[in-house]
Design a protein around this ligand. Sequence first.
Ligand SMILES: Cc1cc2nc3c(=O)[nH]c(=O)nc-3n(C[C@H](O)[C@H](O)[C@H](O)COP(=O)(O)O)c2cc1C
Length: 175
Amino acid sequence: MESKTNDLLNLIKSRRSVRNFVYKKIDNQTIKEIVDCGRWAPSGQNSQPWKVCIVSHPTVKRLIAENSKYGEIIESAYLNFVVFLDLERGYDRVKDILAMGAFIQNMLLAAHAKGLGAVWIGEILKSKEKINQIFKFSPERFELMAVLAVGLIDESLEMKKERKRRTLDEFTDWF
Ligand SMILES: Cc1cc2nc3c(=O)[nH]c(=O)nc-3n(C[C@H](O)[C@H](O)[C@H](O)COP(=O)(O)O)c2cc1C
């Protein structure tokens, strides 16, 4: 039990954004397992307000990539999860968005646990209307939350960069 806890904590702490990928197929079972971990995220009133387009087709990836300055990352990743908030399932703006964050983090951790690299791309939200058009999604129903680029890590380019975090003391108060 102790070691399982440590495994989970180490997994959380060792996750990092990966932006350099080797183009290699990720099997559908692995993809489904990553989304399945998202499925178990908490959400207010258990509303589960998520919707995901799973994109590996090069043409669709290109269309998405054209809308981001991180287009190269999007295209070079085997897979992109295009994550939307389903506004019909939502019930409270702040809580819905918090649930989406939990959903996304669960998927990032699952990808990491599978030995894959991933990065959360938020910059693309500036083009959310255009992304909706690609999938023929009405903006009244679906709102883009993030694109997650996922792929095999290119270890030769992904140097172990120093990851910086504020210390606990900087943001905690004890009472
Ligand atoms: C809401 C959000 C938006 C982000 N948007 C981008 C992005 O557009 N492009 C990018 O390269 N990384 C993006 N990131 C990744 C952050 O840059 C990264 O998580 C942060 O620098 C910490 O690094 P780490 O994930 O390696 O620990 C985003 C992360 C979050 C949570």
